[in-house]
Ligand binder design. Structure first.
Ligand code: PHE
Length: 353
């Protein structure tokens, strides 16, 4: 029995030096310490067959050996743990000083996204919240709530994709059972008023859709950035002030804005907004059609009918609204003269940003 113990000890020490990882460690544990078949366990079991004195003598010896082996095993276990941790750290390490790997292209943001993010930052710094709206919008929010009834000629200018739906939907607003791909981001005016009430400062970036004969300046799917403010004592100069900040933020201090009367059913008075042409600095050129100005937004004081539809007390509150064509802003910022290139997916174009 003593020999047997010696042999186990020897075998164990040989085996333990071979152990390189957690799996081998487990095999070692099974082989020697397993409750059912472990070599050491077996010996301990046999002890009970011995008689009095021998049992005491070998019992003591066996226990000593057992403790010794368990100690060595525990040490090995710790060693393996540390080295496997090291392996993981090694494998997951990121070398921040490594230069760009050849052949591996890094993704980057689209110019529209860059300008949108930039404007969201600017507006949130002025206390606006940025909201998303549905691209499939009810006719009610897209037109009716914006003071554009079914027979209004303004609908012609904003022809879009009409979707036939079965039955009405509560989220579409008043009696609405007809849906359109939204033609502008303005539907979020009434939605936000109904949801949050006044006072309110909101911007809404998003995609809009129109039935458009496309050319270098016109696309069927474009991005807009809507903005509106509702509060007490709001007047036209606040609108002009905000638009001025945006134009200078985007194009520098030399840029000026010009507002000229324009009809939109949901504002009164309404204007179209232009900025100094970036190409000729206002002298007049081909791009600005010799006028020195380029149109980039529509704006005005929110029509009382729209405020009423949004549940706002018009005796207490006024508001202004504006809508930028985001693609236009991008084109001006980077000097791009073809709108269709923006969403073409052409990498020769996209790689420049
Ligand atoms: N929604 C208008 C358009 O798409 C722009 C606009 C927004 C005009 C807000 C006035 C006020 O043409």
């Amino acid at each position: 029995m003593k020999n047997q113990l010696e042999k186990i000890k020897k075998d164990f020490f040989n085996a333990v030096t071979e152990v390189k990882d957690a799996l081998q460690l487990e095999e070692l544990e099974q082989r020697f310490f397993s409750r059912r078949s472990g070599e050491l366990t077996q010996i301990m079991k046999n002890l009970k067959d011995l008689s009095g004195e021998a049992r005491q003598e070998f019992g003591k010896l066996a226990n000593e050996v057992k403790r010794e082996l368990e100690e060595v095993f525990a040490k090995k276990k710790e060693e393996i743990k540390v080295s496997e941790m090291g392996d993981i750290l090694e494998r997951e390490k990121i070398d921040v000083t490594q230069p760009k790997l050849p052949g591996k292209e890094r993704g980057h943001l689209h110019p529209n996204t860059l300008v949108q993010n930039d404007l969201e930052d600017l507006f949130t710094s002025m206390g606006f919240m940025a909201l998303d709206g549905p691209e499939l919008e009810s006719e009610y929010y897209n037109f009716e709530a914006l003071n554009i009834p079914a027979d209004h000629p303004a609908r012609d200018m904003q022809d879009t994709f009409y979707i036939s739906a079965q039955g009405g939907s509560a989220s579409g607003g008043k009696n609405s059972n007809s849906w359109v791909m939204r033609t502008h981001t303005s539907p979020m005016q009434a939605r936000a008023m109904q949801k949050y009430g006044a006072p309110l400062r909101v911007v809404v970036p998003g995609r809009v859709f129109r039935n458009e004969a496309t050319d270098a300046r016109h696309e069927h799917t474009i991005q807009q950035l809507e903005g509106f403010v509702i509060d007490e004592n709001i007047n036209f100069s606040h609108l002009k002030g905000v638009l001025d900040v945006v134009a200078k933020h985007l194009y520098g201090d030399k840029i000026e804005i010009r507002l000229r009367p324009k009809f939109y059913p949901f504002v009164e008075p309404g204007v179209n907004g232009e900025v100094t042409c970036f190409l000729c600095a206002g002298k007049g050129c081909r791009v600005c059609k010799q006028s020195g100005w380029l149109e980039i937004f529509g704006a005005g004081m929110i029509h009382p009918n729209v405020l009423r539809e949004g549940g706002i007390d018009i005796k207490k509150y006024q508001g202004f609204a504006f809508g930028f064509g985001l693609d236009r802003l991008v084109m001006l910022k980077y000097g791009i003269d073809e709108i269709r290139i923006l969403k073409s997916g052409d990498l020769r174009f996209l790689r420049q940003f």
